[in-house]
Design a protein around this ligand. Sequence first.
Ligand code: GLY
Length: 337
Amino acid sequence: MITTVCVPLAERGYDVVVGEGAIDALPTLLPRAARRAAIVTQPGIPVTVEPGVAHEVFAIGDGEEHKSLATIESLCRRFARWGLTRADVVIGVGGGIVTDVAGFAAATYHRGTPVVHVATTLLGQIDAAIGGKTGVNLPEGKNLVGAFWQPHGVVCDTAVLATLAPRDYAAGLGEMAKYHFLGRDDLEALPFDERVAACVRIKAEVVGADEREGGRRAVLNYGHTLAHALETTGGFDLLHGEAVAIGLVYAAEVAHRLGRIDESRVAEHRDLIAGYDLATRVAAPLDPHRILELFGRDKKATTGLTLVLDGPDGVEPVTGIDPDVLVDALTAVSPIS
Ligand code: GLY
């Protein structure tokens, strides 16, 4: 079944086409004036696209180290040599690294060129490709340079997910897990394609309400504060979605300690993550001082330690949390040192 979800951003609103075979819709998502398409992808991505206009493939390297300003410069120079104009289109074909890089190159090339994303990973389909966050890393940290640049359209062909390595697919389920707590639908009751579409619908609604993360969009970071800290400290060998899964359990444990949710709701988090065959804890002890320091550096931490937490009014950012509570809850997701 093909579902089309609109991201409601007035004149910058766009469609996300979801389902098996959604890739056939690609030509319909291109801007009408586009005469050529610059396809940004990586050598290992097993998806070829037929945009219906003259096109050329611009490969970028695989791995987080290629999500850099050097890659943006190289891409834009290659676009210029090929003669890409801002009436044309960039098409990002890949996971989050590709769509972040292709989106940022498009945002800056000729002061803004349309971009369409073909998301080939589960994480990309339900999160990274939608909502216009683009950017690259600096040696000083991840995603420190970027722009909001909404795509002209997004393709989420679920047939492509069969090409993913099992661990990458499972990690995408960690990101999917957060949506179980953000929307009204019972996602577990839905067939997989419809579950992907339901996640896209939640993301579209949140982005439509708060494009630039002035408030509500922060809920999309549910489970991400500990996840980012685990990814930054390193040494845990966790993919992003695996870290988010543990971060969701941690956030539930914090919310429980603050009296925001009861034990059965914590168990719901644990059961869901375990049901997705993902770990609910890290294997090695965590250094509480280091973790709190990283929480303090989080982009949301402008007024004290902030976490996105479940509660009686649903999931929302909560500020000024007692650090002792945060440290105590770490014992629920890691062995004690
Ligand atoms: N991935 C979080 C957001 O798009 O806001």
